[in-house]
Design a protein around this ligand. Structure first.
Ligand code: AP5
Length: 210
């Protein structure tokens, strides 16, 4: 197993790129920390209950809470798999935790999108609560409005996708997550792709970078 970390602001396209790659390459596995947390909330686990308040405000959940979930997924992943790790690490402390786990990280790819584009991306996002597929009402619409192409479930708007919370999430990103760009760059592990071109172009550039 090897791990490639996806870095980028909220709404930069991390989930879209990793989801598309995993659906097209049997050897790739998309692991999203946000999906793990939303899954725990939906199941009503103790971790989910603890995470809910932080997520609704756009804050990071405690490091130990999300690290335990990631540790479990890393431990259960075996064989010739490339894990596309989306949303973890989210700060320097989490990057150190990942290293202490002995996780085989081979690189980090930043999907670079300016803040000016982010609000529109997130305002138009629709998500499938069942299979986690992501859409955009204009850029990546489903075949039938409001319905998931993959599983037929009704699409939803995420609770933390309102404009005020998105502003807070961007502040958190710049303060806490952005330092990871220099961190991985300093280790010679960082590649950067332009995330403002169409989805297919970004996926192609990402694949070349990793
Ligand atoms: P999480 O779910 O990880 O959210 P995020 O990082 O804010 O990222 P998003 O899912 O919002 O965006 P994305 O980059 O995946 O964009 P997408 O592909 O959907 O985290 C949510 C919360 O959980 C956090 O706020 C925090 O509270 C908590 N959390 C998670 N991990 C944590 C951690 N490690 N530690 C602590 N707390 C943690 O694309 C967005 C839209 O744009 C879509 O509509 C898509 O169709 C469209 N789009 C994508 N690419 C393109 C393109 N190239 N051109 C045009 N449109 C595009």
């Amino acid at each position: 197993m090897k791990i490639v970390i996806l870095l980028g602001a909220p709404g930069s396209g991390k989930g879209t790129v990793a989801g598309k790659l995993a659906s097209e390459h049997a050897s790739m596995k998309h692991v999203s920390s946000g999906d793990l947390l939303r899954g725990a909330i939906a199941k009503g686990t103790a971790a989910g209950l603890e995470a809910k308040g932080y997520m609704e405000k756009g804050n990071l959940v405690p490091d130990a809470l999300i690290a335990t979930m990631i540790k479990d997924v890393v431990a259960e992943t075996e064989g010739d798999v490339t894990m596309l790790l989306d949303g973890f690490p989210r700060n320097l402390a989490q990057a150190k935790i990942l290293e202490e786990m002995g996780a085989p990280v081979t690189g980090a790819v930043l999907i670079d999108v300016p803040d000016s584009i982010i609000q529109d991306r997130i305002a138009g996002r629709r998500t499938c609560p069942k299979c986690k597929a992501g859409y955009h009402v204009r850029n990546l619409p489903p075949k039938v409005e409001g319905v998931c192409d993959n599983c037929g479930e009704a699409l939803v708007i995420r609770k933390d996708d309102n404009p005020e919370t998105v502003k807070d999430r961007l502040v958190v990103y710049h303060q806490q997550t952005e330092p990871l760009i220099s961190y991985y760059s300093g280790k010679g592990m960082l590649k950067k792709v332009d995330g403002t071109t169409g989805v297919d172009n970004v996926v192609k550039a990402f694949l070349e970078a990793m």
